[in-house]
Design a protein around this ligand. Structure first.
Ligand SMILES: [Zn+2]
Length: 498
């Protein structure tokens, strides 16, 4: 009987963040050894669930090892990386022989001693299963794609959408390739071209929306094209392979994969600088929001304090400006502050407390000293849905202060959904300004209730000026560090697997 082994291990590492990712961070976010992900599966479990269903529909056997993921932070503690990696590898050894391995990995995991955790995992899996067993990996597009990953896997498929809503479709793509390989009807070959640039690529906005549509059309319309991925890259990783790449998988047609990857990389390269979000300072964004006469709320996204990119989630720059401008009808959710959670839960609902809110970490500004803050709601475990999956915010309280509602939580997590307000007793439709700590994923939910979304950059952890990021391991001449007019893109990496 055909037997397939699955596992998931995900964390996006901002190597410039001073907070290492610990075992507790994984366990608080998502940790599952049972393969049973419950009725409301976590975001990190979804592709494994989809893969299991597809495999079992073929009457094949599926066995699952560890599935765990942490919110982004600094480099993963080495002990933790090795513990989880080796758990997956030892489970695989126990399950041998297998016909295929499916992994759901992030692609930007960096531990204290390893810049390419995913390449390391895939290589070790290859060493266990040998050259003939299919290894397929689904990745987040914010990946540092390395030669090691490509050399040791048969098929790498990346989430296409940002916000990342298509994780199930991509698992289905990978399953089709895996099934074809196992039934000997497909021989996947891969070509990769390096775009030699660093950027951000929101796929709900132009020009990436059209570029993504074009890619999907080519996949549909071109015989032998099995999958096309845009690897966005993760700009806040100080590793040699940081940057944007195009990967094409065809059915045993390397020339086609190579030419398609080349032309798409050249086209994407021509959009350099044009895919970046327009950003405002706190002051400018609030002025613009005040001037907005629409009936719907204006959403301000604190890009620089997005926990989803490795920030702490407790910066006070934007909130301080709200107070300076004496604005009311403003709500923010969530701001990470375990001290205030403890203080508020001890005091109880309807109590009034004096607090020092946020600003308690290196890049978060200073705490706000707020007096006579009313606790209007306490939720022991706040969850929200994102594209059919569940995310976890830990304990949360709603604080009311001078016409402003602030949701505070104790499990770092970006704002994925309007539920971060509605479940906390705040009607998001009825506030003039909503402040979220997120850079892109929030759009999936908030675009439904707002016509005006403004990206705000504060002096926090995450800078959008990539030319100023102090990379030390970059040797390729990537934009915007290097600004050559004409760059010849080369097939820097490729693999033939027949
Ligand atoms: Zn991502």
């Amino acid at each position: 009987m055909t037997k397939i082994f699955g596992a998931g291990f995900l964390c996006e590492v901002n190597t410039f963040s001073p907070f290492p990712v610990t075992e507790t961070n994984f366990r608080e976010c998502y940790y599952n050894e049972s393969g049973n992900h419950g009725a409301q599966p976590h975001y990190y479990a979804q592709p494994l669930i989809t893969m299991k269903q597809l495999i079992e529909a073929e009457q094949w056997q599926y066995v699952e090892s560890l599935c765990t993921g942490a919110q982004p932070g600094g480099k993963i503690e080495e002990r933790v990386y090795l513990k989880f990696r080796d758990k997956i590898l030892s489970d695989l050894k126990l399950q041998m022989p297998v016909n295929a391995v499916f992994l759901y990995l992030h692609g930007a995991m960096v531990s204290e001693k390893c810049d390419d955790c995913e390449g390391d995992i895939i290589k070790r899996v290859r060493d266990i299963v040998g050259p003939k067993v299919f290894i397929g990996v689904e990745f987040d597009p914010h990946t540092h794609l390395t030669e090691k990953m490509i050399e040791n896997a048969n098929a790498l498929v990346f989430i296409k959408e940002y916000p990342h809503t298509d994780y199930n479709e991509r698992a289905k793509d990978l399953f089709r390739i895996m099934k074809g390989y196992l039934k000997k009807t497909l021989s996947p070959v891969t070509a990769v071209v390096d775009c030699l640039m660093i950027g951000m690529y929101a796929t709900t906005l132009e020009p990436m929306k059209s570029f993504n549509t074009k890619i999907k059309h080519i996949e549909q319309a071109t015989p032998d094209v099995l999958s096309i991925s845009v690897i966005h890259g993760f700009p806040w990783g100080d590793v040699a392979d940081v940057g944007t790449k195009i990967l094409v998988i065809t059915n045993n047609n390397y020339e086609l994969a190579k030419s398609l990857a080349s032309s798409l990389a050249t086209e994407l390269r021509s959009l350099k600088g044009k895919t970046m979000p327009k950003a405002y300072t706190s002051k400018k964004a609030l002025q613009k929001a005040r001037a907005d006469t629409g009936e719907k709320p204006v959403v301000l996204a604190d890009f620089s304090d997005n926990t989803g990119l490795g920030a702490r989630g407790d910066s006070t720059f934007l909130l301080r400006e709200v107070l300076n401008q004496r604005l009311t009808s403003v709500a923010l959710s969530p701001l990470y502050d375990p001290d205030v959670i403890k203080q508020a839960t001890e005091a109880g609902v309807d109590s009034t407390i004096d607090i020092k809110l946020g600003g308690k970490s290196k890049y978060s500004g200073t705490p706000l000293n707020l007096k006579n803050v009313v606790i209007s709601k306490i939720v022991p475990k706040l969850t929200a849905t994102f594209a059919g999956s569940t995310v976890n915010y830990g304990q949360a309280v709603t604080l009311h202060y001078q016409g402003i509602d602030i949701v505070v939580n104790n499990n770092r997590c970006q704002t994925f959904s309007t539920e971060c307000f509605s479940k906390m007793g705040i009607d998001p439709h009825k506030r003039k300004i909503l402040i979220v700590k997120s850079s892109e994923h929030f759009r999936h939910s908030f675009e439904k209730i707002s016509n005006t979304i403004l990206i705000v950059t504060t002096p926090g952890t995450i800078s959008l000026d990539f030319s100023q990021i102090p990379y030390t391991k970059l040797t390729r001449r990537v934009y915007p560090i290097y600004q050559e007019k004409n760059t010849e893109l080369e097939h820097s990496q490729h693999r033939m697997q027949v």
